[in-house]
Design a protein around this ligand. Sequence first.
Ligand SMILES: Nc1ncnc2c1ncn2[C@@H]1O[C@H](COP(=O)(O)OP(=O)(O)O)[C@@H](O)[C@H]1O
Ligand SMILES: [Mg+2]
Length: 330
Amino acid sequence: MLLELARTKSILFFGGKGGVGKTTVSAATALAMAKEGRRVLLVSTDPAHNLGHLFDREIGPKPVRLAVNLDGLEMDPEQTVNEHLEEVAGSLRKLMAPHLAKEVDKHIELSRDAPGMQEAAIMERIAEVVEHAAKEYDLLVFDTAPSGHTARLIALPEMMSAWTDGLIERRDKAERFSAVLKNLGNDKSVGNTIFGGGDGDNPMDSRENQIRILLNRRRRRFSDLRNALNDPERTSFIIVLAAERLPVLETIELNAQLERSGVRVGGLIVNKRLPDGLGDFLTERRTQEEVHLATLKEALPHLPRQDLTLVAHDVVGLEALERFVQALKE
Ligand SMILES: Nc1ncnc2c1ncn2[C@@H]1O[C@H](COP(=O)(O)OP(=O)(O)O)[C@@H](O)[C@H]1O
Ligand SMILES: [Mg+2]
């Protein structure tokens, strides 16, 4: 199921609780597609990075070669926040009069630990990757952070473009207001401290333009991302879970959350299923798994599902990952 789905998409997101196997399954899928000749970029957006552990090597925020046709990168949340704030600060400095630069810095410092800041920064990076990497790669595979976080992330483009639209609207109003003042012939005498100005028309106009270009670029980037996420032909979200009670209930909830934000779930991977015929205890445990999976099937009958068996060893290193790819094909 998974590989057939992957073949037809250009963007895949893997989500689910910590420890269920998102990193393993997304890396195996990426490797399988790379082996079929597609150029694949594997991206980890989980602050608890484990792509590096899986491939047993250092992976940073810039793409590194992991196998033929396969590159990978890990978004560093802290660095991402810093870059994001630097960009926002740059925009704000343009937006405000020069003497308010100190205020901008203070605002940025306060924002650093604001709730949602990491998500916003990571979303910005995802938007960037989708915008730029689409030219160099045939498939982008995102190994995302645990459930709740992911859904919030996915809902963000909407919030971010709403924020940008608000700013643009306010600027439009401010512009109309200042045009009226100009017509009254006293544009120089009115204090325009927040939005700068008062230093001649030309610098003011060019600042206006810069701001507008900046806001529009941001808006375009987020609406492109939103379009990509909402296009089921291009993008699929895969939920990875274990055959246990809470993960099943959380999967049903995550599916609902994603649907509300217009993101279609393409399939479910039930990982670490107990193998059959291993004595009474495990057989009983396996029967228990079946009970939970019956709940899942009843709640989400339309979603394709693939089960992967628990293997004896952790999946570490390229060889182990290649064996895992075989399991995906079974
Ligand atoms: N089918 C499987 N059988 C046995 N171990 C597995 C299986 N899938 C994943 N693992 C192991 O489970 C641990 C968590 O997997 P990982 O992919 O890092 O989960 P996540 O990214 O969802 O936190 C890792 O040690 C991995 O090797
Ligand atoms: Mg992981």
